[in-house]
Design a protein around this ligand. Structure first.
Ligand code: GCO
Ligand code: MG
Length: 424
């Protein structure tokens, strides 16, 4: 007698101040349920609607065993497909079905997928700072915690917003760069202003400083976050060659992926791309032409574990390694899915990890654990993680939270000095 789906619902919660979406799939086998990450933090209520208004009625009564068929059904049921909202909704269901299958088989997901290729998952963590010395201080802090790979950035994402009342020549923070003079025209609109050239110059100076202090045995990374015009990304990659980065992340936006051919022609910097990808046509040329070295998709944004396994296999055939997206806006359930895949996949590269601060481990019992630079998951069946729903309900999304309802997303309103919007 098949175990069938009896309920599909999306839980929104923000225990650490970042909105998360978790799908719970309940079944006809009393007490058997699965959890999946559906976190698209900038559009959470849209994901919840996609899950509960469309996938719930589509899936009630279906056999939980048929993960592939259910994934394909959800993917094509909307006719138009490959959007981040719909893919995140599908991911929530897909990860939950893998969680259920592991529970039924009494196996942790990594075993269900074919067993371990390694016993711990090496991570990189973020060393940010307002100046190179502060970045260096944070590098040493992370190294003291046993972190082996370190991403170095100057400034926050977009830096402090340029308020309407700001004077035209106010110094403003830049994503990845130090405060630079931004000369804006009169009446320039509010936004996260930054100067691409100041950003580039400051990052070169930062790595020059870091390498002079650290030497070359610490693998360092950097995230461009799509903030440069294509030709500048080519120039920037070449300028960074002497600093031997482990990888340079997101040098281009998805809209300009053809420029990766030119970066490859001019620079030997290992390249990582993918957190913004939602469509197979975005990653296929980069992998089959070996234009990148690490694929960095946000697993819930491509539809979950089922497509991630297929993507990893394609990458293995072309010598591309995985580096799944692992920021604060992936739920602990999503981080667990990342780590199970990381433990299993032969072509694992590195895992981004933003940490799981309190009260996340309390709301999500069974969170992955970071010890001396490596991540570990529990050996409990499935994803090995749970959600305490009554606790989760104590951390609702709220209007003051950026990226939700009244809290319009600010950091993505990045603007060039003359006020032109530039995609983050
Ligand atoms: C990273 C990413 C994130 C994204 C964020 C978007 O490398 O971790 O760039 O910081 O900006 O996940 O919501
Ligand atoms: Mg990034």
């Amino acid at each position: 007698m098949a175990v069938t789906i009896t309920n599909v619902r999306c839980i929104l919660t923000a225990p650490a101040g970042i909105g998360l979406a978790i799908v719970k799939v309940e079944t006809s086998d009393a007490g058997l349920y699965g959890l999946g990450c559906a976190t698209f933090t900038q559009r959470l209520t849209a994901v919840k609607a996609a899950v509960e208004d469309y996938l719930h009625p589509l899936l009630i009564g279906r056999d939980v065993a048929r993960i592939e068929d259910i994934w394909q059904l959800c993917y094509q049921n909307s006719y138009w497909r490959n959007s981040p909202v719909l893919n995140n909704a599908i991911s929530g269901v897909d990860q939950a079905l893998w969680d259920i299958k592991g529970k039924q088989a009494n196996l942790p997901l990594y075993d269900l997928l074919g067993g371990k290729s390694r016993d711990g998952v090496a991570v990189y963590r973020h060393a940010d700072g307002r100046d190179p010395q502060e970045v260096l201080d944070n590098v040493y802090r992370l190294k003291a915690q046993g972190i082996m790979y370190i991403r170095c950035q100057l400034g926050g994402y977009g830096g402090p917003a340029r308020r309407a009342d700001a004077r035209p020549y106010d110094n403003v923070g830049v994503y990845g760069g130090i405060k630079g003079q931004v000369r804006s025209p009169e009446g320039a609109l509010e936004g996260e202003y930054y100067d691409p050239d100041a950003y580039m110059r400051s990052v070169i100076e930062m790595f020059d400083f870091l390498r002079s202090k650290l030497g070359f045995e610490t693998p360092l990374l950097h995230d461009v976050h799509e903030r440069l015009p294509p030709i500048e990304a080519v120039r920037f990659a070449k300028l960074l060659e002497p600093y031997r980065l482990f990888f340079l992340e997101d040098p281009l936006p998805p809209e300009h992926i053809e420029w990766f051919r030119r970066i490859r022609q001019h620079a030997a910097v290992p390249l990582a791309m993918g957190e913004l990808f939602t469509h197979p046509l975005e990653w296929k040329p980069l992998i089959t032409e070996q234009l990148i070295d690490f694929i960095r998709v946000h697993i819930s944004a491509i539809g979950g574990i089922t497509p991630a396994r297929k993507l990893a296999a394609l990458c293995e055939a072309f010598g591309v390694r995985t580096a799944w997206h692992g920021p604060g806006d992936v739920s602990p359930v999503g981080h667990a899915a990342n780590v199970h895949l990381d433990l299993h996949l032969h072509n694992f590269g590195i895992q981004e990890f933003s940490g799981l601060p309190d009260p996340l481990p309390e709301v999500f019992p069974g969170c992955p654990e970071l010890r001396n630079g490596y991540l570990y998951v529990s050996d409990r069946p499935g994803l090995g993680i749970d959600i305490n729903e009554s606790l989760a309900a104590k951390y609702p999304l709220h209007d003051e939270m950026s990226q939700f309802k009244g809290g319009v997303v600010r950091w993505t309103q990045s603007r060039l000095p003359d006020g032109t919007l530039w995609r983050p």
